[in-house]
Structures are given as structure tokens and as C-alpha cells.
Design a protein around this ligand. Structure first.
Ligand code: NAD
Length: 316
């Protein structure tokens, strides 16, 4: 089943892969982005491009007039440290901007809005690992608060205006087009530094863990979420899905994996642990498997080789 979809943040890392996935499935695709971090060259051929800031009247009109079947909202301020230093900026993009897009969806009679939430931040420091969706949420950064509050806006405005909301709580996403300067991109940072013959910096003792999911798998989850039957329910987590692998990988293991995948021996330097960092993070994906028919397909080594090939291509 095709239709029309608007991907906000569609010139960015994850959004551009989502746009590709919808195009490949026969949908008509438009990408909206202010190019603050994204690049117009990353908007896939075949997708329309609208340059707008999600907070502006232009973005509201694009959504309200576009009459899209589905809005996939990826545009965001994505840096936890920026959210700590400038919480008002984070809230203006991630909350005011999202509320503006949702108002456009309400005006247009959009069928469904899919929201990029974050399983790495909405639960805070969870007691249960892998963490399932009904776990209590208690973010520890303003970015986490804005992602959790975004889910609340989605639920409330969807109920009031009749569109369906689906929140995808991503783990640590990696793959081609991830900016190594980006805060979330430790895999990207490690691969780019190893290819450049530079040492890898590990903060703390490297035993902290994350759940790394390949961007192509995340894009497929967004495509499935466009049409899957999703129960509404009376809890925030009812239309929320962890998009992850369910596997924990320590930063030390990540460095070793990157070395094996690239056939190089990483030199590791250890630096002081960063305050406020979660110690362990890993998400339970049973619900996405059962309800979306989704599970990750790309093994870690294969995903890292795809990332390395992209870096090599981008350098030549
Ligand atoms: N990368 C991860 O590991 C990860 C994990 C959890 C959640 N997420 C979420 O996934 C989404 C996509 O993240 P990404 O990693 O692709 O980051 P990204 O920075 O590559 O993509 C975000 C895009 O949004 C655009 N944007 C930013 N502010 C905007 C504004 N005011 N108006 C219009 N466009 C704007 C940027 O130009 C960029 O193209 C974000 O919502 C992020 O919070 C990412």
C-alpha cells in the first residue's frame, strides 16, 4: 500500500534513509528540513524538498496544505549537551516545533504521525535490562524531557484531532551519513578515526553499554509503522515501540568490533568519564516484533562495513 508521506528532518542522517525506504515501497515522498545539520544532497532523488524550520508558519502550511497520509517527524535538536546548556533552544525546536507540525497535521486531516523518540533517554537509568516499553520513564536531561513530552503531545493532540500517533523509541542508531561530529555517533566517530589512523578515545573504563541498531533497520521500522495496526490503549507506551537489537555492547567491545570489521588494530586512549552519562542501556524489542512485524536484520559487522565504505566513498 502506497500513499504520500512527509519526512521532517529528511535531509538528515536517519530521515534520508526513511525517505529512501518509503520511495522504494512506492510512496510519494517529500522531505522538510531547515538544513541546520542536514544536507540537501542527502534528500534522495525522487523526493520533493521543502526548506523550512519546523517552528515557522511555512512548515505549518507545508503540512496543512500538503494533505499527506503520513508525517514522519525526525527533525530535532539531537545533542544532549546542547539541551543541558540551552534548554530553551531544545524545547523550542523539539516541543514548539513538533506542536506546530502536529497542528498542521490536525488541520490537514493527516491519518498518522510517527515520532522519533529515544529509548536511550526517556527511561532515564532503568532498573530492568533489556528495558520494555511499560517501564517507568524518568529522563535525566532536557533532551530526554523533550522527547518524552513529544510523546505526550502526540498522544493528546492525536486524541483531540483524530490522527493516529506512533512513537518509535530508537536505541543508538549508526550507519552511512551519520555525522562523526554528532554527539550520538560513537560508532561513526570510531570508524572515521580508525580509517584516519587516529586513536580512539574511550570515556571512563569502557564497560558502559549501549544497544546499536543499523539505520537501514530503523528506516524499515518507520515504513512498517506507517501502515501497521497499532492499538491505542490508555497508556503513553501503548503506541510506543523500542527500535533496537536487544543486545548490549560495551564501548570496549565496540572498539574491538570496529577494529575487526576494518581489519585494523585500534589504539585506545582512556579519558575521564563524562558526568551524567547512562551506565547501561539496552532495549527489549518483543513488542516491535509482535505488533510491527519488525526485527533488526543487519548484523553489526555488516553495518559497520557499510559505514566504513561510505566514509571511504565520501573521502574520494
Ligand atoms: N541518531 C540516534 O542515535 C538517535 C537516537 C534516538 C533518537 N534519535 C532521533 O532521531 C531523529 C533523527 O536524528 P538523526 O540522528 O538523523 O540526526 P540529524 O541531525 O542527522 O537529523 C535531524 C535533522 O533535522 C533537521 N533539523 C534540525 N532542526 C530543525 C528545525 N528547527 N527545522 C527543520 N529541520 C530541523 C536537521 O537539519 C537534520 O537534517 C531525531 O529526532 C533524533 O532525536 C536519533
Amino acid at each position: 500500500m502506497g500513499g504520500s508521506v512527509l519526512v521532517t528532518g529528511g535531509a538528515g542522517f536517519i530521515g534520508s534513509h526513511i525517505a529512501e525506504a518509503y520511495l522504494a515501497a512506492g510512496w510519494s515522498v517529500a522531505c522538510l528540513d531547515d538544513l541546520s545539520r542536514g544536507k540537501e544532497s542527502q534528500v534522495p532523488p525522487g523526493a520533493a524538498f521543502i526548506r523550512a524550520d519546523v517552528r515557522d508558519a511555512d512548515a505549518f502550511s507545508a503540512v496543512a496544505d500538503g494533505k499527506y497520509d503520513v508525517i514522519v517527524h525526525q527533525a530535532a535538536q539531537i545533542d544532549v549537551r546542547v539541551s543541558v546548556d540551552e534548554p530553551a533552544l531544545d524545547a523550542s525546536i523539539n516541543l514548539v516545533g513538533f506542536a506546530n507540525i502536529l497542528s498542521g497535521a490536525a488541520a490537514a486531516g493527516t491519518r498518522r504521525v510517527i515520532f522519533a523518540s529515544s529509548g536511550g533517554v526517556v527511561y532515564g537509568d532503568p532498573e530492568v535490562l533489556p528495558t520494555p516499553e511499560p517501564t517507568a520513564t524518568l529522563p535525566i536531561s532536557p533532551y530526554g524531557v523533550s522527547k518524552l513530552a513529544g510523546e505526550h503531545y502526540l498522544r493528546v493532540l492525536g486524541t483531540l484531532h483524530g490522527f493516529e500517533g506512533v512513537a518509535l523509541r530508537y536505541a543508538n542508531v549508526y550507519g552511512p551519513r551519520q555525522d562523526p561530529a554528532s554527539e550520538a555517533g560513537v560508532v561513526s566517530i570510531f570508524v572515521s578515526r580508525l580509517l584516519a589512523g587516529k586513536p580512539l578515545t574511550v570515556f571512563g573504563d569502557g564497560t558502559q553499554t549501549r544497544d546499536y541498531v543499523f539505520v537501514g533497520d530503523v528506516a524499515r521500522a518507520n515504513l512498517l509503522a506507517g501502515t501497521a495496526n497499532v492499538a491505542r490503549g490508555d497508556r503513553l507506551d501503548c503506541p510506543a515501540f523500542n527500535i533496537a537489537t536487544g543486545r548490549e555492547t560495551s564501548v570496549n567491545d565496540l572498539a574491538a568490533h570496529v577494529g575487526r570489521a576494518l581489519d585494523r588494530t585500534p589504539e585506545i586512549t582512556y579519558a575521564a568519564a563524562r558526568p551524567g552519562e547512562l551506565y547501561r542501556s539496552c532495549l527489549d524489542i518483543s513488542k516491535a516484533k509482535a505488533d510491527l512485524g519488525w526485527e533488526p536484520e543487519v548484523p553489526f559487522d555488516q553495518g559497520m562495513q557499510a559505514l566504513a565504505a561510505w566514509f571511504e566513498g565520501a573521502r574520494h
